[in-house]
Design a protein around this ligand. Structure first.
Ligand code: MG
Ligand code: ZN
Length: 215
C-alpha cells in the first residue's frame, strides 16, 4: 500500500529562515516542529524535507558543510524521538550557480522534481499527502507534483502575503496540523522506518539536474 507523506520545506518551516543557514549555531528550530514530526511518524506518514539550497551552487557553503549540517539536524530530531525519513535538496541556481551548479534544473522549486523523485523512491500516495511551505513556490511545486493538501505557513504579522485559494490553505501555527495526524493515528498502523540509504551519486545527479537525496 502506498504511504502518505508529510513534505516539509526547510528554511521558514523547520527552522527560522535567517538566510542560508548551514551551521548549528545559527539554526533556530520552529515552535512545535518536533511535535508535528513525531505526530506524523506515529500516524505512519513518511516525513520528507524538500529544500532549495542554492547556497551550495552560489558557493556560500560547500556540499560537505551542507551534509554535515543536515546530519546534525537529523540527529537533533532523533534525540527528540522525531524522525525525518529523507532529505531532498536542490543545489542549483539558473543564474547565480557556479560551474556545474548553474543549471535550469527540474528540481529547484517551483519545479516539482524533488517531490516526484520522493514519490518514486518511497512509493508515496500524493493526493493524500501534505506539503507545508512558507513560499508560493513550495505550494506550486507540490501542486504540480499532485500533493493533495498544501499549507502556507505564515507566522503572525506576515499575513499580507497573498495566497490564491487553489494553491493551498494558510496556517499561522504549525500546531494547526496536529489534528491531521491525530485523526489518522488509529486508522493506520505505524510503519517501520524506511531502510536508510546512502548519499546518491552527486556527479550523476548534477549532470542530469536531478534532485539529490540522502538519509
Ligand atoms: Mg522556505
Ligand atoms: Zn536543482
Amino acid at each position: 500500500m502506498k504511504r502518505k507523506a508529510l513534505f516539509l520545506d526547510r528554511d521558514g518551516v523547520v527552522n527560522v529562515d535567517s538566510g542560508y543557514v548551514h551551521e548549528p549555531s545559527t539554526c533556530v528550530f520552529m515552535d512545535t516542529i518536533f511535535d508535528i514530526v513525531r505526530g506524523a511518524n506515529r500516524a505512519g506518514y513518511a516525513v520528507v524535507l524538500i529544500t532549495n539550497q542554492a547556497g551550495i551552487g552560489r558557493g556560500y557553503f560547500s556540499l560537505d558543510q551542507f551534509q554535515t549540517f543536515t546530519q546534525w539536524m537529523l540527529a537533533e530530531f532523533e534525540q527528540r524521538d522525531a524522525r525525518i525519513d529523507r532529505v531532498y535538496f536542490c543545489p542549483h541556481h539558473p543564474e547565480f550557480g557556479l560551474g556545474q551548479y548553474r543549471l535550469a534544473c527540474d528540481c529547484r522549486k517551483p519545479q516539482p522534481g524533488m517531490l516526484i523523485q520522493a514519490r518514486d523512491d518511497l512509493d508515496l500516495d500524493m493526493p493524500s499527502s501534505l506539503m507545508v511551505g512558507d513560499k508560493h513556490s513550495d505550494l506550486e511545486a507540490a501542486a504540480r507534483a499532485g500533493v493533495g493538501h498544501r499549507f502556507l505557513f505564515t507566522p503572525a504579522g506576515e499575513e499580507n502575503v497573498e495566497l490564491p485559494l487553489a494553491l493551498g490553505t494558510r496556517i499561522a501555527l504549525l500546531s494547526e496540523l496536529m489534528p491531521w495526524f491525530e485523526q489518522n493515528e488509529l486508522a493506520e498502523p505505524a510503519h517501520q522506518p524506511a531502510p536508510s540509504t546512502t548519499i546518491s551519486d552527486e556527479t550523476t545527479s548534477l549532470k542530469k539536474g536531478l534532485p539529490t537525496a540522502f538519509r
